[in-house]
Design a protein around this ligand. Structure first.
Ligand code: NAI
Ligand code: MG
Length: 351
């Protein structure tokens, strides 16, 4: 079982190190391949996603990804910016379905930005489309006729892109509580009207799933008013990006939310995928040893489940994380003082 480890920038290597320790602790025949991404890769190879890294990804059964982004490179041309590594991998590998579960861990209700009674009910899954939308449309800057600078990014989806992510959403809802909420901005955006039409059409094959729709602005409000109402959310790339950071604070910290990015490619061991925390490289705390590695560790659990068919091992890792939190081993993001490596130690002990 080959896992490509792309740790990246900032806190990426710090949190990934702990996730790798967890994987290596398991009695599984894993071999790790290491590749450079992001600003680190730009520094060494002149590109955030070098050919060597893509080759490494092609050889692996799954990718464990840290984070990319480095303020030193913010002024580079967009195609050379560190963030292009993760966008490029998602696109090049056809990873169109991003699964972002947000569930309240027992004992963590008081860490939520919401009232404990409201936060306690959170158990939702955000299914975010990852290969289209405004992130991948035509973009540019130009001068208007009167000489003003103008920037533009085109938002677009075709129906096949919407249908395949809608199917992921319906299938996920079917395995959970049978409720799917599609989030769009159909009152204003043509892309969203098509999105809504296609989701409704797709739903005809899922009479057992209750489908609802929300405009994204209302959804943002509902997510803090009553997050317990959501089972599975399906939404586009941009809205899903924003709503999942918001969901993270509802469960207590962005350092707790993992994600799986899946496509259609099957390997000998399962579905090929890329696994990463939803957070970025957090330059404000990089190098301080205080980043919460649990999102990275939970991403490794997702990797075991989806790409290696090791559901029992994935459950064990998740239980060790839940126990770590229940026992009060908390990083600064959750009001504690445990360091990144101390949290990793605590998970290993419980494992
Ligand atoms: P961020 O997610 O890196 O950080 C947001 C805030 O959350 C910061 O205050 C940070 O300290 C805190 N935080 C994040 N992860 C944490 C953890 N594990 N433990 C404790 N606190 C944590 O988002 P930001 O600051 O907007 O972006 C920083 C860089 O990361 C940018 O270059 C951005 O483009 C990039 N980025 C990369 C992503 C990726 O690699 N998939 C995703 C999001 C942002
Ligand atoms: Mg994001």
């Amino acid at each position: 079982m080959k896992i490509a480890v792309f740790a990246g920038d900032g806190i990426g290597p710090e949190v990934t190190e702990q996730a790798v320790r967890v994987l290596q602790h398991l009695p599984l025949p894993l071999s790790l391949l290491v590749g450079d991404v992001g600003g680190y890769a730009y520094q060494r190879h002149g590109h955030p996603l070098p050919e060597e890294t893509l080759a490494c990804a092609a050889e692996a059964d799954a990718i464990l990804f840290g984070a990319v982004g480095d303020p030193r490179y913010d002024q580079l041309d967009r195609h050379l910016r560190p963030e292009q590594a993760v966008l490029g991998l998602r696109k090049a590998l056809g990873l169109f379905a991003n699964l972002r579960p947000a569930k309240m861990f027992g004992g963590m209700e008081s860490a939520s930005a919401l009232k404990p009674a409201i936060a306690g009910a959170i158990d939702l899954l955000i299914v975010r489309e990852l290969n289209g939308d405004i992130y991948f449309g035509k973009k540019g800057t130009e001068r208007t006729a009167s000489g003003l600078r103008r920037g533009y990014d085109v938002m677009s989806y075709d129906e096949s892109e919407v249908r395949r992510i809608a199917i992921i959403g319906f299938e996920a809802a079917r395995k959970r509580q049978g409720r799917l909420c599609s989030i769009d901005k159909a009152n204003v955006l043509e892309t969203s009207q098509l999105w809504r039409d296609v989701v409704i059409e797709t739903g005809q094959d899922y009479p057992d799933v209750t489908l609802s729709h929300l405009y994204v602005d209302n959804a943002a409000m509902q997510l803090v008013r009553d997050p317990g109402q959501f089972d599975v959310i399906v939404t586009g790339n941009l809205f899903g990006d924003i709503l999942s950071d918001q969901a993270s604070m509802c469960v207590g910290s962005i350092g707790l939310l993992a994600s799986a990015s899946l496509g259609e490619r099957a390997t000998e061991h399962g579905t090929f995928g890329l696994y990463e925390p939803i957070h970025g490289s957090a330059p404000d705390i990089a190098g301080m040893g205080i980043a919460n590695p649990l999102a990275a560790i939970l991403s490794a659990a997702d990797l075991l489940r989806h790409s290696l068919r090791q559901a029992a091992a994935a459950d064990q890792v998740e239980r060790a994380v839940a126990a770590t939190l229940r026992d009060g081993v908390l990083g600064r993001d959750l009001g504690g003082d445990a360091s990144t490596s101390q949290i990793g130690d605590a998970v290993l002990e419980r494992l």
